[in-house]
Design a protein around this ligand. Sequence first.
Ligand SMILES: *Cc1c(COP(=O)(O)O)cnc(C)c1O
Length: 371
Amino acid sequence: MKIYFPKEEKEVSRVYNFSAGPAVLPEEVLKEAAEEMFDYQGSGQSVMEMSHRSKVYDKIIKDAEADLRELMNIPDNYKVLFLQGGASQFFAEVPMNMMKNKKAGYIVTGQWAKKAYQEAKIYGEAVELASSADKTFSYIPDCSDLPITDDMDYVYICENNTIYGTKYKTLPNTKGKVLVSDVSSCFLSEPVDVTKYGVIYGGVQKNVGPAGCVIAIIREDLIPEECLPGTPTMLKWKTQADNDSLYNTPPCYTIYICGKVFKWLKKMGGLEKMKELNEKKAKVLYDFLDSSKMFKGTVVKEDRSLMNVPFVTGNEELDAKFVKEATAAGFVNLKGHRSVGGMRASIYNAMPIEGVEKLVEFMKKFEEENA
Ligand SMILES: *Cc1c(COP(=O)(O)O)cnc(C)c1O
């Protein structure tokens, strides 16, 4: 059978997509995936169609893991798992697999941290160690001397707060306890020292790939023989680790695209380089917000995220007008999360700097026209 693809040359026009997730992906990756859609490297099949037990797929998942290990410099005593259920499912997996003493500390810096904290309460005693709820989560609390007790199994953080736009610039002092971190919205945005964590995990649909997969990097000694009673087989990390994430059918296509993003990141120069690019990109927007009379960032300067930038005009009608006109001009998904209002620009790895520069130009023009 012969398929001519693409059937004809067609111009595709793309928007600047500031979505918090699912979010923008590198165009190079999308193009490659399109080219391989009908026939992945001579297999005569799409990756969507092939067995997860086939040799060709085995190479895809193994290469993805190897490239991720290289990018993040993951030590050998950490397992890399590709899981389903989203980050939200993982909120339960953490206590199910880690609450031996049935007690853990949570730092509540936003909605995702709060959801994880509330989920943990189902399984044991979750203690709120600190919170920034008093100022609508616009800062990261001082974590140098938290009320961590000896009987806590771990300390949990959400490292980059997608909704509120804050990020930990230094990790909390966990007083020797294992650190568990949700990095969904800052995954691969800059280098990390994996050895400082017991568990690093994130949903890939923010900064890595399409929805459908959570990547968890777990120190081997933290994968228990026994979980809390009643833990489903699928949610036991041991099940997943013993089967190299192939206990059942994994999210095959998502992992394949993630693998392509890892290769793209390597080609871009790795995570040091991404950090440099992301800092440059975020500075364009933050510098404008600091100089604008109309638009204001909502986060204290020292805790600003490189990935998610919330801002407001202070006038809800004007916010709505801005979002509407921005959308018409090709800058989409700028509406803030329903819990904060205003606007939010998510400027993940795959957002080119031109996208941010053009957005700022548009904001300047809007400010002049509406002054
Ligand atoms: C989006 C997000 C989540 C929830 O992810 P799901 O995969 O939809 O469950 C959790 N944590 C953070 C930091 C997020 O940004």
